[in-house]
Design a protein. Structure first.
Length: 477
């Protein structure tokens, strides 16, 4: 019997709360709901972290974020330690298809793959006049005015101004060089898998539900012209915009656009699965459909009572940690629902079981408590609060959570943020109830038992162009 193919589909920024299959009131995922009739649905799956780099590192290595320590955009996973390397050594052709700048450019998460399909980022670090100031000579992002001031103060102001003009031209040219959209990524994946002769293992990271929320026409069922106009006015990442005074109702309203983006992702899922079925390889493929983290639309942290969730910048609110997880195991043709806490860190073990033809529907359920953590907000990002009345300390990390199942079947979340404590009883993605009598003992005990896994190399550097791309996607810088 030949080895099964492996397909990981990451619906970036999709939270379980807004997925129809998980009780959302809108039909955002009609295909995924139907697909689950022949697959395994994990009702209580959690992302290990709240950012792409942290969660993908856990998916790659099987380690919790507190164990691998890969939390910043430029952090690097030690090569030879990922499940993709194992698969390559086992004779698999590996491929990744994504325009996620964190995965493809800032970190080294794409390095283990034989085949990489992503967008191109032009490098504007070079300058025509090396003896004069240029915009990339400083780590700070000062904008046109700041660069003008520096240029005029330079010993060679004319050359410095010309460096600034050249940088702006390169930057604008880079923005005009549009990369593949999700539809193109899907097509290139299907073409690639049809051409490889060995068993294949691939990851598709699709960014439609990530900020900016811009569903294509035909999927934007719940937005309107006013929302699209408000959304187009962003000139800073959403965290800056709302912390510094943009009305919170606008962020809450953008959830209508977000739902349309999820509906568009659902259509991409249908194209992927249909393509695999036409190729005759779907039945013997391990298909894992999930998200690296959720998204916040102004929800207030129940731990602090004041920290508001904006995209996925900080916190461990359920809208950020509770993610969809639907798995079609090789040869599976019946529906299974798993109610126990599950974690994406089990992906490597699930793949290994698939290779051994020893898959279990509980493969994403660990034999220990599920943990989630984040260090954000970092003190170096304090400038997001300039001109704001928000209490910055309410946003600092670390944030930690532990999930366990009770005897009556519900899931309990123990969470800490400094001296702030919280216990939640969670029935599903729509229903979580605070419980009295919280103490930090459970969280401290379990996190204290975690040990560094020696999976991180020294951090690299992130180019100015990649930083600009990340800022356009809403990341703090």
């Amino acid at each position: 019997m030949s080895s099964p193919n492996i397909l990981l589909i990451v619906l970036d920024s999709v939270r379980a709360k807004n997925v129809e299959l998980y009780g959302h009131h809108r039909e955002t995922t009609p295909f995924l709901s139907a697909y689950a009739d022949d697959a395994t649905m994990y009702r209580q799956a959690r992302a290990p972290g709240i950012h792409s780099v942290a969660s993908h590192a856990s998916l790659w290595t099987g380690a919790a974020v507190a164990e691998h320590g890969v939390t910043r955009h430029a952090d690097r996973v030690r090569q030879g330690t990922t499940i993709w390397t194992e698969l390559a050594e086992a004779g698999y052709q590996t491929g990744i298809f994504t325009v996620n700048s964190v995965v493809a450019h800032a970190s080294n998460l794409a390095e283990p793959f034989d085949h990489v399909v992503s967008d191109e980022v032009s490098d504007s670090a070079e300058k025509p006049f090396s003896d004069a100031h240029g915009p990339t000579d400083t780590a700070a992002h000062e904008g046109i005015t700041g660069n003008l001031v520096r240029s005029l103060r330079d010993d060679a102001p004319i050359k410095s101004l010309l460096n600034a003009v050249d940088h702006l031209y390169r930057k604008q040219r880079s923005r005009l060089e549009t990369g593949p959209d999700s539809e193109a990524l899907v097509e290139q994946f299907l073409e690639w898998q049809a051409e490889v002769t060995e068993p294949w293992a691939a990851c598709l990271n699709l960014m439609d539900a990530h900020f900016p929320y811009e569903p294509a026409e035909g999927y934007d069922r719940w937005g309107d012209d006013m929302l699209r106009s408000l959304h187009s006015e962003f000139d800073k990442p959403p965290a800056n915009e709302f912390i510094q005074g943009r009305p919170w109702w606008q962020l809450e309203a953008f959830e209508n656009l977000y739902d349309g983006a999820i509906l568009e992702l659902d259509a991409h899922l249908e194209r992927i699965v249909s393509g695999l079925k036409r190729a005759g390889v779907h039945d013997d493929t391990l298909v894992v459909i999930t998200s690296d983290h959720g998204e916040g639309f102004g929800e207030i942290s129940r731990i602090t009572g004041e920290t508001r969730m904006i995209d996925h910048s900080w916190g461990i609110h359920e809208v950020i940690t509770h993610v969809p997880l639907v798995v079609k195991y090789p040869g599976q043709n019946d529906a299974v629902t798993i109610d126990e806490p599950a974690t994406l860190t089990q992906f490597p073990d699930t793949v290994r079981a698939a290779l051994d033809r020893a898959c279990s529907h509980r493969s994403f359920v660990p034999d220990k408590p599920v943990v989630v953590s984040s260090q954000r907000l970092l003190q170096e990002h304090d400038d997001v609060f300039n001109g704001s009345n928000e209490p910055v300390t309410a946003y600092y990390g670390p944030w930690r959570a532990v999930y366990e199942q009770t005897d009556d079947g519900d899931v309990v979340k123990y969470a800490t943020h400094g001296d702030d404590l919280l216990t939640l009883r969670i029935r599903d993605a729509q229903d979580a109830i605070p419980v009295d009598g919280t103490d930090s003992g459970t969280v401290n005990r379990i996190f204290d038992a975690l040990e560094p896994a020696n999976l991180r190399e020294d951090s690299g550097t992130v180019s100015t162009e990649t930083e600009d791309r990340l800022a356009e996607l809403g990341y703090l810088r």
